[in-house]
Write a protein that binds this ligand. Sequence first.
Ligand code: TRP
Ligand code: SF4
Length: 339
Amino acid sequence: MSGDKRVILSGMRPTGRLHLGHLEGALKNYLQMQAEGADCYFMVADIHALSTEYKNPAAISENSRELLLDWLAVGLDPDRATLFVQSEVAEHSELFVILGMLTPLAWTERCPTYKEQQQELADRDLATYGFLGYPVLQAADILLYRATQVPVGQDQLPHVEMTREIARRFNHLYGETLPEPQSVLTASPKVPGLDGRKMSKSYGNAVYLSDGKDALEKKIKQMYTDPQKVHAHTPGKPDQCVVLALYKIYASGQAEAVEKECRGGQRGCMTCKRALLPIVDAILAPIRDQREAWAGQPGRLEQIIQAGNKRAQARARETMQAVHAAMGWEALAPEGRRP
Ligand code: TRP
Ligand code: SF4
């Protein structure tokens, strides 16, 4: 690796296939950091998934495989980045417990995502001890790798902030041990879902990275446009139009002309949508092909994860040694703690 000193840790919960919002909101940054030669750790956050899916844990493994396939399909490269599974590196649970001891209850209770998620996932009982600790587990994930940068979507900023607070508290109590990480947002604008709300699996408004061309065509037909624009010659007001938003993201050179023609009554929504299909499909087609190629090699997938878990574990163990040493909390038997 180059002289790049940055250590990157990020993760995603395996709760289903990834969509364009993930690609623009986080994965683009993963790819850039990987390309720049930073020391990258990308984690399948399956314990975090358990915090909301604890009634159906069997689905987590299958979803973890799907997540890994999506990652490889977009170009995360096991030769340049460490891809691993959270639950398979036991140190996450260990550091989570330690950090839980020193994290004030009020920090977790006032975390904005705590109440938001409980409301959003009202069909599940999330009044649990583990769910309250969600950001503490995330802090453990990040601090375990002594990450300097955490590429995340906007919604995760409070968790990275709490991670910084927890690191500061640990360092204050036991001495400078854990670096405070920075969050890194992508430059790209938010991708709206088909209905104009934030793109999200739970809203049923997502374009998945694995969608075929036919599925994509159907979804583009459903996209929210200016509801007043009934004819091509009706002057449009496309400020909320999802189709225009996608032109702006994926065909920025054309977006201005599209908007002008729309406002001037020189363009109809049908034509506009038809022309968007090849533009978005050009993004998805190579991802779809790669996904298929990787899906045909389950043995290789297993090897990748095994190697990734091992590399992650080596770094995690170094950190745990530093953590125990800082705390002055030594094992009584030489084999008492893993080497
Ligand atoms: N909470 C993150 C999400 O829902 C996933 C996650 C778990 C994560 N651990 C992390 C992200 C550590 C960044 C760093 O998207
Ligand atoms: Fe949107 Fe295009 Fe219809 Fe205008 S013409 S409202 S930009 S889909």
